[in-house]
Design a protein around this ligand. Structure first.
Ligand code: SF4
Ligand code: SF4
Length: 399
C-alpha cells in the first residue's frame, strides 16, 4: 500500500491533544484495556497507526473514533505513554471542523488565541441589539429602579412596548438566540449528513432497503439516546469512573433547563395571550422555576466535578491540557455561574449589577448555542449519530 501521509493533519492532531501519538509501538494493550472495544472491531490501536500515518479520511469516517468516551482506561495501560484516548479526542475535534459549516466560524473555535473574537462576537451582537432596542417601543436603554426590578426582573432588559401580543424582551432574545440556534442546527444537520454518507461509503455498505423516518427513529435513534441517558457505556470505564457523577447531572440539568425554557415561552407567548396575568417572570415557588433552579445547581455541580476530574487527569499525565477540552468546560461554567448570580442579584434587589451579569449571561448562552457544532459540545450529535450507525450497519437493512 502506498501511504500518502497528510502532515498538516498530523500537526493539527498534535496541537489538539495527540502530541504523544508517535510513541505508539502497536502492542495493542489499549484495545484490550478499552471496555467499549469489541473483538470484531477493536480500537484504538488501529486508529493510532492510522493517525501516525496521517490517514485523515479513514479516521474521520471511522465510527469507533466517535464511540470512544475518552475515559482514559487505554491511556492508563499504555506502556509507552502514547495517550490513545487523548488522540481519539483530537481526531474528533478535527472531524468536527471537517464536517462543519461555515468553515470560518469552525476554524475560530480551534485556538485560545481567538478567544477575544469568540467572546467579542456575541458581546457586540447583543450590545447592538440592546442599542437598537432603544429605537423601538416604550423603553430601550433603561436600568430599572428597585421597584421596577422587583416587579419585572430581567424581563425589560431590552425594554418594553405596548404590543399586547408579544413581549419586546422575548422578541429580542428569541431573535438573538433563535438565529444562533438556527445556525447551529443547520451546521449540525450538514455535518451529520456528510458524516453519515462518508461512513456508509467507507464501510462499503450495501443497503438492502432504506429505513423510513419512523424506522430510523425507533430502531436506531431512540435506542441510542436512551442508552446515552442511562450512561451505560460511561459506567463501563474503570480508571475514570467518577466522571459519570459529573456528566450525568450535567445532562439532566440541560434537560431541566430546556423544559423550563419551553414552559416559559408557552406561558408568556401562548397562554399569556389568553390570561395576561401570566406574563412576567416565574414565581419563586412555581414548580417549573424550582426545576430550573435545581437544574442550574446540578449544572454547576456537574461542571465542577468534570473540572476537577480534568485537572486531576492532567496532573497525573493521563490527559493533555488542550483548548478543545477546556473551552466547553469554561462555557458551561460561565452559563451556570452568571445565570445563578443574576438570579441572586434579582433577589438581592441590585438592578445595575444584575443587568451587567445578565448581559454576560446572554453572551455565554449565545456562545454555547453558536459554537455548539464546532466545539466538544458537538459530541451530542456526532456521537449519537455514530451510535445509530453502529446499530444500522449491524441491522437487517444492510446485507
Ligand atoms: S497506544 Fe500504547 S497501548 Fe496502544 S498500541 Fe500504542 S503503545 Fe500499545
Ligand atoms: S478512552 Fe476509554 S473508551 Fe476511549 S478508546 Fe480509550 S479506553 Fe476506550
Amino acid at each position: 500500500m502506498n501511504v500518502q501521509p497528510d502532515l498538516e493533519f498530523i500537526r493539527q492532531l498534535k496541537t489538539a491533544g495527540g502530541d504523544t501519538l508517535k510513541k505508539c509501538f502497536q502492542c495493542a494493550t489499549c484495545s484490550v484495556a478499552c471496555p467499549l472495544s469489541t473483538d470484531k472491531k477493536p480500537f484504538p490501536r488501529k486508529e493510532m497507526i492510522w493517525a501516525s500515518w496521517g490517514l485523515k479520511d479513514k479516521l474521520v469516517t471511522d465510527p469507533d473514533v466517535f464511540l470512544c468516551h475518552q475515559c482514559g482506561d487505554c491511556t492508563e495501560k499504555c506502556p509507552r505513554g502514547a495517550k490513545p484516548g487523548e488522540t481519539l479526542g483530537a481526531i474528533r475535534a478535527y472531524a468536527y471542523q471537517q464536517f462543519a459549516w461555515p468553515q470560518g466560524l469552525a476554524k475560530l473555535t480551534t485556538s485560545a488565541k481567538n478567544l477575544p473574537v469568540l467572546i467579542g462576537l456575541p458581546a457586540v451582537v447583543i450590545l447592538i441589539m440592546w442599542l437598537f432596542s432603544a429605537l423601538i417601543g416604550v423603553s430601550g436603554l433603561h436600568i430599572p429602579n428597585h421597584e421596577q426590578f422587583a416587579e419585572h426582573g430581567y424581563q425589560h432588559f431590552f425594554g418594553s412596548w405596548n404590543f399586547y401580543w408579544y413581549g419586546k424582551n422575548i422578541a429580542f432574545i428569541a431573535l438573538i438566540m433563535g438565529v444562533s440556534a438556527l445556525i447551529a442546527i443547520i451546521s449540525s444537520w450538514m455535518g451529520v449528513t456528510r458524516m453519515w454518507k462518508a461512513m456508509a461509503a467507507d464501510a462499503k455498505i450495501n443497503a438492502t432497503y432504506r429505513p423510513s423516518v419512523f424506522q430510523f427513529i425507533s430502531r436506531f435513534l431512540w435506542p441510542s439516546i436512551w442508552e446515552t441517558l442511562q450512561h451505560k457505556r460511561f459506567k463501563e470505564c474503570k480508571t475514570n469512573s467518577d466522571r459519570v457523577s459529573g456528566h450525568l447531572p450535567l445532562v439532566l440539568a440541560f434537560i431541566g433547563l430546556f423544559l423550563a425554557t419551553c414552559w416559559s415561552l408557552i406561558k408568556n407567548d401562548i397562554l399569556g395571550l389568553i390570561w395576561p396575568s401570566l406574563h412576567g417572570p416565574l414565581w419563586f415557588w412555581d414548580p417549573i422555576k424550582l426545576i430550573a433552579n435545581v437544574a442550574a445547581i446540578a449544572m454547576l455541580y456537574g461542571i465542577w466535578v468534570l473540572w476537577q476530574n480534568r485537572r486531576k487527569m492532567e496532573a497525573e499525565g493521563r490527559a493533555s491540557n488542550t483548548f478543545y477540552d477546556w473551552f466547553l468546560i469554561w462555557e458551561v461554567a460561565a452559563v451556570g455561574i452568571t445565570g445563578l448570580l443574576a438570579e441572586l442579584l434579582r433577589w438581592g434587589g441590585m438592578p445595575g449589577l444584575g443587568y451587567v451579569v445578565y448581559y454576560v449571561h446572554l453572551i455565554s448562552v449565545m456562545m454555547l448555542f453558536l459554537y455548539m457544532p464546532y466545539t466538544k459540545f458537538a459530541h451530542i450529535v456526532y456521537r449519537t449519530l455514530a451510535m445509530c450507525f453502529e446499530r444500522y450497519r449491524n441491522s437487517s437493512f444492510v446485507q
